[in-house]
Design a protein around this ligand. Structure first.
Ligand SMILES: [Zn+2]
Ligand SMILES: [Zn+2]
Ligand SMILES: [Zn+2]
Length: 434
């Protein structure tokens, strides 16, 4: 018994942490005390990369380990996604791995082993003990990455949901244009000819002849030896006396067109598509920080269920089920209205930004006109509005008001259509959502 006890205390005093070296440790390499090379079946506390391994190899290694939170450090310079620390004094890589693993061990089992993207993201932010900072990455399709997020996908979307739940705060990082066709951020911003959209343009000074008031680009005044007015054929000698240069024009070398200012256009380097400025959507990027409520939730070990209360489809679905029960049991009426846009496709094809802005305005108008007990579901083709304890007349009045407000604030006609759904359609909706 005595022997057993001393064995336990010895083990915790000299706790060993297992690491996987990949591809292999250099001959004679001495790793810091407290670490031990993992043997088959050992839990992996850290992955230690010993060369700049290719992306696909790193992916396979991580997949085999099957722990999306495991710290990955490198003994050589490597600042890729998934690598938590590298080079800069190998000791610091080992220390970083240890610090991350120590914080991972603070996490309760349900969080440490959750496969919910939201839990995994929060756990990564917590264990790395730093915010979810956005940084530029020219190799990323949308030019931004979150190193702390490691192998997780759709980080910005997950983080937005967590902001809504109060577990993260966000700070503006940048607004970045992206290709409406392929969503790439690799766009070339160009000055183009207004009529043929060529970039083969040049600026030309305009000359104004005082005597006859003729104004034209300089090239039209030039003769072999000097300047002559193309309208009255008089020679131009002294600037300020005979003529001045009131401005410049843009001349297109492709189509010969002349305009006062070039226009801005975007060319996608990835898919080659060309778009005018008003067709190119802008995505806003944020950096994020864990709130104390987010940290508390993690440490209490409550995983975030995808059906947690909050916003979006879940609140709508839960409220719909509740309202239907009320109707069944107490005969309390409710209404579901659908608002759709027949012109969406046409407007979007012409001007994506205008459509996005209009949609936001409509959403604002809708939310400001509704009661607190109502719920909205935003769908690709429009809005669904659930109005508990409302009869058809009441619902029609509310919808007239909302549609009226939407029309009043919009610059475009989205082809608004508003109908109250019958019971059968509502049942279908609920079954789809379940
Ligand atoms: Zn042109
Ligand atoms: Zn003249
Ligand atoms: Zn593109």
């Amino acid at each position: 018994m005595l022997v057993g006890l001393s064995h336990v205390s010895l083990a915790s005093a000299q706790e060993e942490w297992c690491f996987l070296a990949y591809p292999r440790l250099p001959d004679g390499y001495r790793f810091p005390p407290g670490w031990r090379l993992a043997e088959p079946g050992d839990p992996i506390d850290a992955v230690v990369l010993t060369t700049a391994v290719p992306d696909y190899a790193l992916k396979i290694v991580l997949k085999n380990i099957g722990d999306p939170l495991v710290p990955v450090v490198s003994l050589v310079a490597d600042i890729r996604q998934c690598v938590d620390a590298s080079a800069a004094g190998e000791q610091s890589a080992w220390m970083r791995a240890r610090a991350i693993q120590a914080r991972l061990r603070e996490l309760p089992f349900p969080i440490r082993n959750s496969l919910q993207p939201e839990d995994m993201l929060l756990a990564r932010i917590y264990s790395r003990d730093q915010g979810l900072a956005a940084s530029y990455d020219s190799s990323a399709r949308d030019l931004v990455r979150y190193p702390v997020a490691g192998p997780l996908d759709d980080v910005a979307e997950i983080a937005t949901g967590l902001v809504g739940k109060g577990y993260l705060t966000r700070q503006f990082f940048d607004r970045i244009h992206c290709c409406p066709q392929c969503r790439s951020g690799h766009l070339s911003v160009r000055e183009e000819c207004r009529s043929c959209r060529s970039t083969n343009i040049r600026e030309e000074v305009v000359i104004h002849h005082f005597r006859c008031a003729h104004e034209a680009p300089e090239s039209q005044f030039r003769t072999g030896t000097g300047f002559e007015c193309p309208k009255c054929a008089r020679p131009l000698r002294h600037i300020g006396l005979d003529y001045d240069k009131p401005g410049s024009v843009t001349r297109c070398e492709e189509c010969g067109g002349i305009g006062d200012k070039p226009v801005v256009g975007f060319k996608c380097i990835d898919c080659d598509a060309h778009h005018t400025a008003d067709q190119v959507p802008v995505k806003t990027w944020y950096s994020y920080n864990l709130t104390s409520s987010g940290a508390n939730r993690l440490l209490r070990g409550e995983p975030i269920s995808p059906h947690a209360s909050g916003d979006g489809p879940d609140r709508f679905r839960i409220l719909l089920e509740h309202t239907q029960r009320e109707q069944r049991e107490f005969g309390v009426p409710y209404q579901v209205a659908s608002i759709s846009f027949t012109q969406r496709g046409a407007i979007e094809a012409q001007n994506v930004r205008l459509w996005e802005q209009s949609l936001l305005l409509m959403s604002d108008a809708l939310h400001s006109a509704l009661r607190e007990v109502d719920a909205v579901q935003e769908r690709p083709d429009g809005f669904l509005v659930l109005m508990p304890r409302t009869d058809p007349d009441g619902a029609k009045r509310a919808m007239d008001l909302i549609v009226g407000r939407m029309k009043a604030i919009l610059k475009i006609d989205p082809g608004l259509q508003c109908v109250l759904l019958n019971d059968a359609t509502v049942r279908e909706l609920r079954d789809q959502a379940a």
